[in-house]
Write a protein that binds this ligand. Structure first.
Ligand code: PLP
Length: 401
């Protein structure tokens, strides 16, 4: 095991990328390197961004309001109404949302007000899908909550089995993280599944943290959202907040801009907490973000790029490695058990053809039975242009067969 895992805490929250660097240390790439390990969009920067930043440049000289400027809040509320028609007219830009410095810090820091909602629990618990985005486990580790991992297996469409969660655990749950479309498998939760998660959160009075940062990267149908499901089914956002980001939707991971929206009581509490503990979004970036949420042209261009990449995956991979085109996001989740498992295959692909992919085990934890659902897999991020993607996928097939 790479020596980056120094303590149990490191094991829980170790960066998958640091572990990959450790795995491949000292190994020369067999061909010109191509990095498919990182889910960093490579889309063209939308042309309207520069002028907005320039216009507001002087505002880097001011502390930004943590709750965001009205123009940004309104642009977000309007976008939510366009994207999810059931939400049109139901999102109050004042009460229902907060800007985030990218969704990661929000997913992390939201655990603190979620814990504070339910004081006095003996072992406050956070439910986390497995595999998962590392910030969820970091939130549990930092807050002292107990992470309880919910296996997301292929037989169940790579989504946790909500019926299988023990009632004792549900009683002490403060939050359930749910990612749809999911990283790494691209699984899309149906409205019925989301409704079940919302009902569970309300019954046991915990927060559903819906991580929807991949919601705009999809094939044919836009994935349903947790807030539209909450509003449509029960007429309120109670117990539900959704996390969004411009990183994937707009191909702007370096902008560090996202938002959280939903349950007004929670948003108010989170706003108070954020006011003393969390990073504000700089004013020029808030203005640029308002412009980005107001434009769909660049988003559609991004989707076309990802669709073209999945067309290539369909043609080049076929049915190899258990590949199936996912409903959303931009990852392949390939079963390479026959090729040395995730770590073995990642090493082979780097050494033989210079393609860098992420071992699935680095995105997952072993369940109590010792099984790590990621062990057999690698995650491949299809974020490059079509030529790079074609070349890399062709090399993978030539190497593994
Ligand atoms: C599932 C998931 N959630 C959240 C994030 C955080 O994205 P950002 O902080 O750039 O909004 C990522 C980034 O890769 C992710 O994969």
């Amino acid at each position: 095991m790479p020596n980056i895992l120094l303590t149990p805490l490191d094991a829980l929250v170790a960066s998958p990328f640091a572990r990959l660097t450790e795995l491949l240390k000292g190994l020369e790439p067999g061909m010109k390197p191509t990095d498919l390990s990182l889910g960093e969009p490579k889309a063209v920067i939308p042309p309207f961004l520069g002028p907005v930043l320039q216009e507001h440049l002087r505002e880097f000289g001011r502390y930004p309001p943590i709750r965001g400027i009205p123009a940004l809040r309104q642009a977000i509320a309007d976008w939510m109404g366009r994207r999810y028609p059931a939400l049109a007219g139901h999102v109050d830009a004042e009460r229902h949302l907060l800007p985030l410095n990218g969704s990661r810090e929000g997913l992390f820091s939201a655990i603190f007000p979620a814990l504070a909602r339910k004081p006095g629990l003996a072992a406050p618990t956070v439910l986390i899908p497995n595999p998962f985005y590392q910030a969820y486990a970091a939130a549990a580790a930092a807050s002292g909550a107990v992470p309880h991992f919910l296996a997301s297996i292929p037989e169940r469409g790579f989504l946790p089995d909500l019926d299988a969660i023990d009632t004792g655990i549900l009683k002490r749950t403060v939050a359930l993280y749910l990612c749809s479309p999911s990283n790494p498998q691209g699984a899309v939760a149906s409205s019925a599944y989301l409704a079940q998660a919302i009902a569970l959160a309300r019954r046991h009075d915990f927060l559903l943290f819906a991580d929807e940062c991949y919601s705009e990267i999809y094939g044919n149908a836009p994935p349903p959202g947790a807030l539209e499901t909450a509003q449509f089914g029960c007429g309120s956002f109670a117990n539900v907040v959704a996390f969004q980001s411009l990183s994937k939707r707009s191909g702007l991971p370096g902008l560090r801009s996202g938002f959280v929206a939903g349950d007004p009581e929670f948003i108010a509490a989170f706003g108070r907490f954020r006011n003393v503990a969390c990073p504000q979004v700089p004013l020029p970036i808030q203005n640029a973000s308002a412009a980005a949420w107001s434009d769909e042209t660049h988003v559609e261009q991004g989707r076309l790029l990802y669709r073209a990449n999945f067309d290539l995956a369909d043609a080049i991979l076929g049915a190899r490695y258990g590949y199936r085109r996912p409903g959303g996001a931009f990852f392949l989740w390939l079963n390479l058990a026959k090729f040395g498992g995730g770590e073995g295959a990642a090493t082979t692909l780097w050494k033989d053809c210079g393609v860098r992919v992420l071992p699935g085990a680095y995105l997952a934890q072993a369940q109590p039975d010792g099984d790590n659902a990621g062990t057999d897999y690698v995650r491949v991020a299809l974020v490059h242009d079509a030529d790079t993607t074609r070349e890399a996928l062709t090399r993978i097939v030539a190497t593994l067969g």
